[in-house]
Design a protein around this ligand. Sequence first.
Ligand code: GAP
Length: 452
Amino acid sequence: MAQALKEVRKLKDLQTLVSLSKRRGFVFQSSEIYGGLNSCWDYGPLGSLMKLNVKRIWWQAMTRRADICGLDASILMHPTVWKASGHVDGFSDPLVDCKDCKTRFRTDNTESYINEKKCPQCGSKNLSEPRQFNLMFKTHMGPVEDEGSVVYMRPETAQGHYVNFSNCQTTTRYKIPFGIAAIGKSFRNEITPGNFIFRTREFEQMEMQYFVKPGEDESWFEKWKQTRMQFYKKYGFNMQNLREHPHAANELAHYAKAAIDVEYLFPMGWSELEGIHNRSNYDLTQHAKFSGKSLEYFEEATKEKFIPFVIETAVGCDRLFLAFLCDAYREEVYVDESGAEDIRVVLGLHPEVAPVKVAILPLVKKDPVASLAQKLREELAEDWDVQYDEAGSIGKRYRRQDEIGTPFCVTVDYESIEDGAVTIRNRDTMMQERVPLDQLKNNLLLKIKNFS
Ligand code: GAP
């Protein structure tokens, strides 16, 4: 029966994505068979592919520029790094315990406490005094667990950039302005993790520190805000779901001269996706002071020496992954003449981000169609992540691919054996086109490149 599109629904709640992620293999709860570990998540067969794609597009956007190099610093660093950075003394949240129901909560973002000094759980006013709780995970290096062996799991990747500023500058021979980009795990003992992979205690950051001459920092701050917004546009974000939230003077971190959050309209409301900060020369000055090593830069042209200012762009990989899923999710509701509804769930991911680029769907399971389809799978897998699916009706197979965001399906049929051609089906338009086998790769390549 003929169907007509009645409406397109957007994502309503995070739970829809949590369920889809588990059902289709994007994200699982960590240690699930033991009941799970609060706020820890594992990326499954599709999620691990997609996460790599998210990292790759960010990494390429940064390091394929002529003025940015890459870095992969270790998670454990010299403990003095965290004294110099201010994390040992200042990286903490104010906490209160409810003496009646034993709930522990933050005082600075709990409305019932801010307004009436009440517990958000049971309403009791029988509360402890606020205490500062440091968010860094501590551990010990070596066999002796004493104060002298304390090391921290890094709470941000950025300090690796600062302590390697001279190493990177001298080995690349880059002149200022230039940047260092890194992707890696960070750890924060968050008091209120939650909202799926939005706020977790173990997460991955993608951070870039751009070192500039003092006085040029403000214009570079503006340029980086634009550059980062262009990135989101390029990868298909609905720009109405993104906005800049400039920090007011009382919101600024102690080191920051200016900062904005790039906020995304997640199902739970506008929330920080990325931070862009003008960190002044605070970080390099602190590390020079604590290490006793000069971190001054000598500008050949002017014969000037100065400590560079830093413009930082910092985005969570997991948070960007979540934003991509939220933005891409849609339900297309079709009705037939009898009024019956049929819902097509689609992840309209950009092909560079989608975990599977092409699905190969043979219309019959037997040779010679199956062997041609397998041969195609192998050929396309040289360049892309490909799935082979021969189970169920072709309609059901298309729907399975739509739901995981596969932009292109290639069907192979008996005719393919005769005419040496296959059919490409487009996820978004559902249009089909017949393409000669020897043009298939190029055709797909162009489609991926010119996707908009
Ligand atoms: N070096 C600067 C810095 O770390 P931040 O605003 O604290 O700045 C940068 O973190 C980004 O890292 C955030 O915008 C967010 O995307 C991500 N992020 C921070 N804490 C996170 C957490 N607990 N879980 C997931 N992502 C987090």
